[in-house]
Design a protein around this ligand. Structure first.
Ligand SMILES: NC(=O)c1ccc[n+]([C@@H]2O[C@H](COP(=O)([O-])OP(=O)(O)OC[C@H]3O[C@@H](n4cnc5c(N)ncnc54)[C@H](OP(=O)(O)O)[C@@H]3O)[C@@H](O)[C@H]2O)c1
Length: 263
């Protein structure tokens, strides 16, 4: 599949001329949260300058722009799900670079939708679900953080949401541009998420894992700090576009079903 380096403005503009799209969706990002602490320049180039290039090119070509952002723009101090207008205050280089990306998008083009999501997983690529399934086959005991709260989101559900919004942009003359939250319904911890993954996976395959030990963030050393609470309130996207969230457990069952169907 042809790829465009979004940090290169010339390549971005050439791709727009070549493909003549009706709109642009940006899911590209530098996503290694821990490595971003040391690869700061690269994280900012991809997560701030990249969306800035795409949004600027969209403005020039009069194209709408949909950009994916993250719950890690928040610091996790709130005790209820974050709404779109809550103060951002990222704890990590990754979060800061994504916040700067959002700012660039708002600066470059009015016709944008910034879609913040959280704890993304799916059939393809590396993600928490696939890591757990691999570890569950290899190890008898696994330690998983149990004091970070958030909402797992299926990439397929997010993609469907992007398609719905794209369809509305193309067909509806009046779109309320701006920032929206979309994630799976319900709040959990990485530990509870892992337990659910193994509960479902056991129906398909014998798992070696017997013990899923809860551990505290403070005892699990990582380069980057993560918010302890980053659930997103998704009422605005429902009110504005009629998009409803799905219970995270239901979507997880579908994804694990598909992962095992492929093996
Ligand atoms: N994962 C999560 O839990 C999570 C949570 C909230 C929000 N998000 C956001 O959701 C979006 C998708 O995340 P993901 O986890 O699916 O990420 P991912 O699997 O790491 O995919 C990111 C993609 O961006 C591409 N990319 C990196 N640098 C690029 C560049 N300079 N030009 C063009 N493409 C480039 C990567 O290509 P290569 O593979 O070739 O490097 C990769 O295909 C991102 O905006 C992320 O910030 C993710």
């Amino acid at each position: 599949m042809p790829q465009v380096d979004i940090t290169n403005i010339i390549k971005v503009e050439n791709a727009l001329s070549a493909y003549q799209p009706a709109l642009i969706v940006n899911a590209a990002a530098y996503t290694n949260v821990d490595k971003a602490e040391s690869e700061t320049d690269l994280a900012f180039a991809v997560n701030r300058d990249g969306p800035g290039n795409l949004a600027g090119a969209c403005a020039k070509a009069n194209l709408p722009f949909i950009h994916i952002s993250t719950d890690y723009v928040f610091d996790g101090q709130k005790k209820s799900p974050y709404i779109e207008t809550d103060q951002v205050s990222p704890l990590s280089v990754y979060g800061k670079s994504k916040e700067e990306g959002e700012k660039m998008v708002r600066l470059q083009t009015k016709e944008h939708i910034i879609l913040r999501t959280s704890w993304l997983y799916g059939v393809h690529g590396n993600n928490f679900v696939k890591t757990m399934l691999r570890l569950g086959r290899e190890k008898k005991a696994i330690k998983v953080v149990s004091d970070q709260y958030g909402s797992p989101t299926s990439a397929a559900d997010l993609a469907a949401t992007v398609f719905t919004i794209a369809g509305l942009i193309i067909s509806a003359p009046k779109i309320i541009w701006g920032t929206y939250h979309y994630c799976g319904q319900g709040i959990t911890t990485w530990h509870e998420f892992a337990k659910k993954i193994f509960e479902i996976a056991c129906r398909y395959d014998a798992m070696k894992v017997e013990k899923i030990q809860p551990i505290k963030t403070i005892d699990y050393k990582t380069s980057a700090k993560r918010p302890l609470f980053s659930a997103l309130d998704c009422s605005l996207i429902e009110k504005s576009f009629g998009i409803k969230t799905k219970p995270w457990q239901e979507s997880l069952e579908l994804v694990i079903d598909r992962i095992f169907a492929q093996n």
